[in-house]
Design a protein around this ligand. Structure first.
Ligand code: UTP
Length: 290
């Protein structure tokens, strides 16, 4: 079955990015000239997704505003002859069929994904974590969808992480399948001991899930951090039918982390057609003084 729906959980509290995220959703933090979540929506659209559900919560209404029309602004832009900016602004509201639902309590990523049950229905769907921006020629989400179409199993986007950091992420039991694809048979969220580490491969930012995940989520108790963890539910899929892991191409930026935000800003600015060259010159001058 073709994957046309995507879910973007964006209801987290963003405590690692305080005080910026006290009233500003981390998904709306800017990378050069666009909020992080727009890069994520564009990736999904470039991968063939037509319907997107963004999971929000109290105080995140400006995410909805960003993907809506803005009549006063549009009128002003047209009246002042700024046709190109006008078209840019209008195009954001036409990227996809985007709808929103609130996660009423912040009970974890698994709980957030479970809020998408009626939107998803009985179809496979992509999940793009709202604070993971991935930049690359071939959309990461599309790479996972192709693996789903080939192997028919739920898919996780994976990357090897440094050993010192594995306790912050998940750890996966994988065996090679072909090229950058792996068969995954087990996983653990935030391994606490060396024995719990199954490999240095971790789930980073993307997955494609079959709808049987919802029944599993209904029965998943709170795990690490007292939250309902999506990894705990996916572990059931991995252990029973197995999952496919895709070591996707593209550079991931963690917008839930202050250092990740700085990296995204600098590296994406350097690639910007207008700002890239002057920004590079500025960085070189600055670097010479450090
Ligand atoms: P994170 O654990 O990175 O987000 O969740 P967080 O809770 O905002 O992080 P802290 O507070 O800085 O540690 C990964 C993704 O899942 C979403 C987040 O918005 C993020 O995109 N999420 C997390 C939800 O939608 N609901 C939740 O209850 C938790």
């Amino acid at each position: 079955m073709k994957v046309t729906k995507a879910v973007i959980p964006a209801a987290g509290l963003g405590t690692r990015v305080l005080p910026a995220t006290k009233s500003m959703p981390k998904e709306m933090l800017t990378i050069v000239d666009k909020p992080a979540i727009q890069y994520i929506v564009e990736e999904a659209v470039n991968a063939g997704i037509t319907d997107i559900l963004i999971i929000t919560n109290r105080g995140k209404g400006i995410i909805e505003d960003h993907f809506d029309r803005s009549p006063e602004l549009e009128e002003r832009l047209l009246a002042s002859g700024k046709q190109d900016v006008y078209e840019q602004v209008v195009s954001i509201s036409k990227l996809a069929n985007i709808c929103f639902i609130r996660q009423k309590e912040t009970k974890g990523l698994g709980h957030a994904v479970n809020c998408a049950k009626s939107f998803v229905g009985n179809e496979p769907f992509a999940v793009l974590y709202g604070d993971d921006v991935i930049i690359g020629e071939d959309p990461a989400c599309g790479q996972l969808i192709r693996a789903y179409e080939k192997y028919g199993k739920s898919v996780v986007g994976i990357k090897a992480v440094p050993e010192k950091d594995i306790a912050k992420y998940s750890s996966l039991k994988v065996e090679p399948l072909e090229d950058n694809l792996y068969h995954c048979t087990d996983m653990v969220e935030k391994p606490k001991t060396k024995e719990e580490v199954l490999s240095l491969y971790s789930i980073l930012g993307r997955c494609v899930l079959t709808p049987d995940i919802f029944d599993i989520l209904d029965h998943t108790p709170p795990g690490a951090g007292g939250e309902i963890q999506l990894t705990d539910a996916m572990r059931t899929l991995a252990r029973t039918v197995g999952m496919t892991g895709v070591d996707y191409t593209g550079k991931r930026y963690d917008m839930g982390d202050k250092f990740g935000i700085l990296q995204a800003t600098v590296e994406i600015a350097l690639k910007n057609p207008l700002l890239g060259e002057p920004f590079k010159n500025y960085l070189k001058e600055l670097a010479a003084t450090l």
